[in-house]
Each structure stands twice: as C-alpha cells, then as structure tokens.
Design a protein around this ligand. Structure first.
Ligand code: GDP
Ligand code: MG
Length: 781
C-alpha cells in the first residue's frame, strides 16, 4: 500500500521510500525512513497536501510524493506515550545536574585576543532568532552569504570582546540539497568557526538531534543548547543532562531563550570549549552490535580507506565517510579519490546495503535515528501530552479545519490588510506625510527668506523633498506589514497558510509558502519583495519576486480612481475589480510560462514541519521591525535619493543644461516626446501622458499629480483621450514597471540583472496588453 492511500486517523509503518536525489534525502532527513511509524493527521482542506505525525512531530507532504512511499497499515498506537515515571524529575539550575562537563578543563587555550567565532546552528523554529538576540543584544549586522541571497546575521556576544556569533539559516540536515544547507556546511567546513552553538528544541528532541549528530561529526568544538526547557518542565518532563553529556561527550546546557534562562551559562560553556578547542568526544554513532554491525563495519572501513584524502581536503574523516555512504556527490568530488578507491568504497557500500537490507542513504538515516532513540530513552523523561501541543491541536481544528481553514485564512488576511492600510498604516502615513509637507513648507519658506539660489531651492524642494518624501511615506505601511508578518511567522501560522494553500500555488509552479508575500503585494511591493527572504529555495524566491508586481499595489489606486470617475462614471467598482483580476491573471500566465522556461528547476519538496503555535516575544518582533525599517531607510534611500535628483534635473533643464521656465521645454519632455510615438499605436501618444508615466516610475501616485500639473487640472483628460485610449492607459498603468523603490528592493534581493529583466518584462507585457485592449476597444466602445 502507498502512503497516499492512507486515511486520516490511520497509522502505518514505512516499508520503503522511493524517489531519488533531493526529495528522497529530504524524506529520510525528516525521519520518513523504513521502519518509522506514522499517522495521517489530516488532509489539507483542498485535499492536498497531507499532515503526518511521525516521531512525535507533524510534517506536511504532498500526495504525489506520498505515492512513492510504501507502507503497511498498523493499528494506531496510543496517542500519548505513558510518562516513564521511574526516572526522577530533576530541576535544572541551568548548569546541568552537577555543574559542568568538560573533558579537558585546562590544557592550552588559544592565545589571548583570538577572536572566538561561533556558528549558531539549529532547526527552523528551534528559537534561533530568539537566542541570537539574547546573545548579541543590539549589536548585529545583517548581510548575505557570498553569492547567494541567504541572510547572514552576525554580532558580538554581549559583554565579551573578541567574540562573534554567526546566525546560520535554519536547517534540518547537512545534505547538499538546499541553498541553506550548502551555505551552512560550507561555512563550517571552509570558514572554520572556533565553535558551534547547536540549539535544540527540547520539546521535539528526536527531530532536532538528527542535525546534532552531523554537526558532531565535523569535529568542531560544540555546545548543545537545549532550548524551550520552560515548556518541557511545565509539562512535567525532564532531561537527564549529565547522562546526555556523558553519552554525547559535549556540554549540554538547558536554556529558555524566550525567558532568558541559562543563557549566561551557555555563553560560559561556549567560550570555554572554543578557547580550549574541546572537540566533541564522540563522533561515532554506529552500533557494532546492530544487525551484525554492517553499517559500523562499512563506515569504519571507508574511514580508514579515505583518511589521507580527507585530511588533504580538510574535511573531518568521519563526516566525509558518512557523506560518502549517503551518496553525497560534492564530498566525493572534494576527496579526489583514485579510481580504485572509488571502486572499493562502492563495493563496501554495496556489501553493507545487502547485509543491512537498506539502501545507503536510508541506512545512514536509520543509524542516526537508532542512536537518537537509544539516547532519548536513557535521558529524556517524556512529559505527558504537552499543553502546548494540545492547544495547537485545538487551534488547528479551526485554522486548518476542512471547512473553516479557508474562511479563517481570508478573514485573517483581510484583517491584516484592513489594519495595515485602513487603520494603522494609513493613520501613520498621513501623519508622516503631514510632517514631510510641513517640513517642506518650512524649508521652502526659509530658503526663500534666505534668498537661496533659485536652482538649489528647486533641487531641494522639487527634487529631494518631493522624491524622497513620497517614498519615505511608505515607511509606516512597511513597518506595520512587517509587524503582522512576523506575528504570523513566529506564532507558527505561516506554516499552516502554506499547508492550506499549497495546492493552489502548486499549479503555477510554486509552493504554499509564496502566498503571503504575493498577497502583501496588493498593499505594497517593497515589503513583499523583502518578505521573500523567508522562502525556502532560491528558485521559489526569484519566481515569487518576479510575480509580485502583477499584484496591483495600493499606490495605483489614485490612478484607477481618477480615470474611472472621468471615463467610466458609475462603473468604478467594476473597473477596479476587472483591473485587479487582470493583474492576477497576467501573473498566473507569466508564471505558467516561466515555469516551463526560466524557472524550470525542481520545486522544493513540500516536506515541512508544522510547529506548535507559540507566543512570539515582543522583543524579537520589535527588533525585526527596527532592522527592516533601518534597512529600508538607508539602502533604498540612497537609490531613491539619486533617482529623485536625476528626475528633478531632467524636468528642470533642457539639453543645453539651461534652467527651463516651463516643463514642456525640459529634457524630460523632449525625451517623453521621443518615447511618445511608442504609445501612439496603443492610444495615448501625447507627450504629457508619457511624462506622467515616466514620473510614475518614481512613485505611482505621481502619475496623477504630474498629469494635473502638466494639463492644469485633470478635466482636460477627457478631450485628450478617447474611451478606449483611457482603458488602454489604465491597463498599461496596471502592468508597467514597478516603482523605483520596488526595483531597488528587487536589485537588493536578486541583483541588477533581475531588476532590469523585471522592468523589461513588465513594460513589454504592459504594452502588449494595453494594445490588445485598445484594439478590442474599437469593437466595444
Ligand atoms: P527560529 O525559527 O529558530 O529563529 O525560532 P524563533 O526564535 O523565531 O522562535 C520560534 C518561536 O518559539 C517564537 O514564537 C519564540 O517566541 C518561541 N520561543 C523561542 N524560545 C523559546 C523558549 O525558550 N521557550 C518558549 N516557550 N518559547 C520559545
Ligand atoms: Mg527565526
């Protein structure tokens, strides 16, 4: 029987995992491997994907992928494991039960003044961001890893000179299949941090330790931070810290990042292991007594065989051997084995597969999970069904329920939009706009009073204040949207949104995770483009960014309003709805085309964990908002500042660089005059309209203001445009190039080439569609 035939509530044991490459490795890494017991919790409201419960955590999986997994149904095991009460429940003062675990304790420390660099590594939702903020305080830098748009945050540990923590992306394994995993393992292998702080969600310890095993193989000093201990304790669970330290050979520190408990002890231990270069005492997780020790013999055989190559390549030998057995092509290449050696390793692996009865990748995953099972049996006093999980289940009953999920989703999104654009964003934006206007007026009058040169006056008022001011007024909206976005993300609802909408998004080649940035695009493209950072793969990220401008942003509303009232009085709602739908339709068409061309690559398998709902910490959210605003102000500002000056220059001067009296003599109007013929075939070849479109490039709202300046009021438009030209112009405005701020955001996320490509794509699509409307209009109007 296949997994996709299982019905909700039924359980099964996995017999074999099909598929290949990234997808299969991902299954195995997430614990879906032969022998594992899983339960189908529910199907998403649209029938796909499914939610599984396995090893005590919830995963999503698409039905098509589930079709590759062979299972045998078994009776559903008791939902809550009875607490194994015989083990004493211990309070943890923070330092473990007896104090500290340090194999060396003394020895020769690194020379004074060496910078201790720590990599902070952990699963998604393990509390990494929260811990990072606790460790570093406000002293952080955000950048990108070289060559890829994966966030790289780093900062100094509060109060410790010569330290640096690098926050690596949230990952589940060190397989070379996602950008995040590759970036993380390259960072550890090549940049050689002095120590690793591995953060583990103690409420989900089986899942989290899978990554720990791989990190320990890297032979870099490591301290294990057991996070969320407040929840474990609160539910009557406990973890035998000393026992765990003994078994793993690394210091284990129970902490609660959210409550700032145990963090100081964690810092002590981290600095100690880094300073004394205390490597994990255990890197060996194979069991020689397990089924004749096939995996054990295979791994050790290969380790000896490749020892010299691993040393030359600078890869820890145990890690190299495990990855070779898993079938990791990049490690194989890095080791530069001889042909004979490759043949021997392959023969050893084939022998192991035969003896063990599992293929290579599954055998390694199984080895890790077996070790984890033994370890947790010895060290973890399981709590009763936790309150948090029960609460999550109740909330999920509504938020992912068959009939309630979609209404709840629409309701929540509507609320977010209404609050952002209708209440908070609007109010703050008006306030800020008022402030900017006041400031401009003040500057204006003082410049006049000081008798400043006319040109400088114009540069400051019409150029800088106008351009930068109009973009700056986006800030409140961006801040508010990010506030809600991080609320959705940190509570765990975002993962559910992805789960619920995945089926729809899949049709256009994306996954459910892209829905939120796209929806936010109806508000403002800038924060939406920035929000694509949270998407799991480079391909999804790029594709989503390219689609966002098709979601008509709120700055275009004044244009629609003006033209509807002039040309289609009484039909404004109809016109607007049609425009919004047209934008979406175009986006879908572009997605369907690019899915087969530029974005052909494989979609990331949608195997995603559904974390418990948690209360996000206010500190985290405030900090995020602060960084996003700072980012927006500083970086987008520079681009917009320059662009404002350029546009001002072009509207104020002619080609002999003389200041012009009237804008119709300016450079911009001459250029508009050149471009205007391009628009003649589609119905609006007037230079004034072209000029308005060019200024719309700065900010969409200025299309209307430019028109009113150039025409001396908008009423004249009716004599300038026919009904069908107006319709064509509206469609053009809907689809043509995003504004400077959005382009700057794209450039920052994806680079110059993509930004230019987007402008070109949008303009072409806009021109073609406007042309089509103009032609069709001849028949209708
Ligand atoms: P990340 O995805 O690994 O960066 O995880 P976050 O730092 O965003 O944390 C995920 C969620 O867990 C947030 O809602 C946090 O407030 C919450 N959280 C983090 N640490 C703790 C903790 O020690 N105890 C509890 N109860 N919640 C925590
Ligand atoms: Mg985070």
């Amino acid at each position: 029987m296949k997994l996709n035939e299982l019905r909700p509530g039924q359980s099964a044991r996995v017999r074999a995992v099909g598929g290949e490459g990234a997808l299969r490795q991902h299954f195995l890494d997430m614990g879906v491997l032969p022998g594992a017991v899983l339960t189908l919790v529910q199907l998403a409201p649209l029938g796909d994907p499914m939610e599984l419960r396995i090893h005590n955590y919830e995963l999503t999986m698409r039905l098509a992928d589930a079709g590759r997994i062979d299972i045998e149904p078994i009776p559903t095991p008791a939902a809550t494991p009875a607490p194994s009460g015989e083990k004493e429940r211990l309070e943890h003062p923070g330092l473990g039960e007896e104090g500290r675990f340090h194999p060396k304790g003394s020895g020769d420390p690194l020379p004074e003044g060496t910078t201790l660099r720590f990599a902070l590594v952990g699963n998604q939702n393990s509390g990494k961001t929260t811990l990072f903020n606790q460790l570093t305080g406000s002293n952080q830098h955000v950048g990108n890893f070289p060559g890829v748009t994966v966030d790289r945050k780093s900062g100094q540990i509060k109060g410790f000179q010569n330290t640096e923590v690098v926050d690596l992306p949230g990952i589940y394994s060190l397989s070379p299949y996602s950008k995040e995993e590759i970036v993380s393992r390259q960072y550890i292998l090549n940049d050689k941090p002095t120590g690793i702080i591995n953060i583990v969600d103690a409420t989900n310890i089986e899942r989290n330790l899978y990554l720990t095993m791989q990190l320990m193989e890297l032979e870099t000093p490591l301290v294990l931070a057991l996070n969320m201990m407040d929840e474990v304790r609160g539910n009557g669970g406990s973890i035998l810290i000393n026992e765990m330290e003994q078994q793993l050979g690394v210091p284990v520190v129970p902490i609660s990042a959210a409550k700032n408990e145990g963090v100081d002890e964690l810092i002590d231990h981290a600095i100690h292991i880094a300073k004394f270069q205390e490597k994990p005492r255990r890197t060996d997780f194979c069991d020689e007594s397990d089924r004749g020790g096939a995996v054990h013999r295979c791994l050790h055989g290969i380790m000896h065989l490749i020892e010299d190559h691993a040393r030359d390549a600078g890869i820890p030998v145990r890690f190299a051997a495990t990855k070779l057995v898993e079938g990791d092509a990049s490690i194989l290449a890095a080791l530069r084995l001889d042909e004979n050696e490759i043949r021997i390793t392959e023969a050893i692996i084939a022998q192991m597969e035969q003896e063990r009865g599992l293929d290579r990748a599954a055998a390694i995953a199984d080895m890790r999970f077996s070790f984890i099972t033994k370890l947790t049996k010895a060290c973890v006093v399981k709590p009763e069904e936790s309150r948090e999980r029960e609460r999550s289940r109740r909330v999920d009953g509504i938020l992912t329920g068959k009939y309630t999920a979609i209404p709840a989703f629409l309701g929540i999104m509507a609320l977010v939009f209404w609050l952002t654009f209708g209440v908070i964003g609007k109010y703050l934006q008006d306030l800020l706009a008022l402030g900017i206007d006041k400031l401009t007026a003040l500057l204006d009058s003082s410049l006049t009073a000081w008798g400043t040169d006319h040109m400088i006056h114009s540069l400051l008022i019409d150029g800088v204040m106008q351009g930068v001011g109009s973009v700056l007024s986006f800030l409140p909206i961006i801040v508010t949207l990010f506030f809600f976005l991080s609320l959705l993300e940190d509570t765990g609802y975002m993962a559910r949104i992805a789960f619920v909408t995945d089926k729809l998004l899949r049709r256009i080649g994306l996954s459910g995770r892209s829905i939120v940035p796209m929806l936010m695009g109806f508000g403002c493209s800038v924060p939406s483009i920035m929000a694509c950072r949270t998407l799991p793969s480079e391909r999804d990220r790029k594709m989503t960014v390219m689609l966002i401008p098709f979601m008509s942003c709120s700055a275009k509303l004044p244009i629609y309003g003006l033209f509807s009232s002039l040309f289609f009085p009484g039909y404004a709602p109809l016109v607007m709805t049609a425009l919004y739908l047209l934008g979406i339709l175009k986006g879908v068409i572009v997605a369907l085309i690019t899915k087969r061309t530029s974005f052909k690559g494989e979609a990331v398998p949608f195997v995603m964990e559904l974390p418990n709902y948690r209360m996000p910490s206010a500190k985290n959210i405030l900090r995020l908002i602060w960084y996003k605003s700072r980012d927006f102000i500083t970086r987008a500002f520079t681009v917009i500042f320059i662009a404002s000056i350029v546009i001002w220059f072009m509207t104020s001067f002619n080609f002999r660089f003389e200041l012009v009296e009237e804008s119709k003599d300016s450079m911009l109007s001459v250029i508009a005059g050149w471009i205007a013929p391009l628009f003649r075939p589609i119905g609006f070849g007037d230079w004034r309209i072209t000029t308005a479109l060019i200024t719309g490039f700065m900010a969409k709202e200025s299309v209307v203001s430019t028109l009113s300046v150039l025409l001396g009021g908008t009423g004249a438009l009716t004599s300038l445009l026919s009904l069908r030209s107006a319709a064509a112009l509206l469609v053009f405005c809907l689809l043509y190039t995003p504004c400077v701020a959005a382009i700057a955001a794209v450039r920052r996320e994806l680079g110059r080439k993509w930004a230019a490509g987007m402008v070109l794509l949008q303009c072409t699509v806009a021109w073609l569609c406007a042309g089509a409307v103009y032609l069709l209009g001849a028949l209708v109007f």
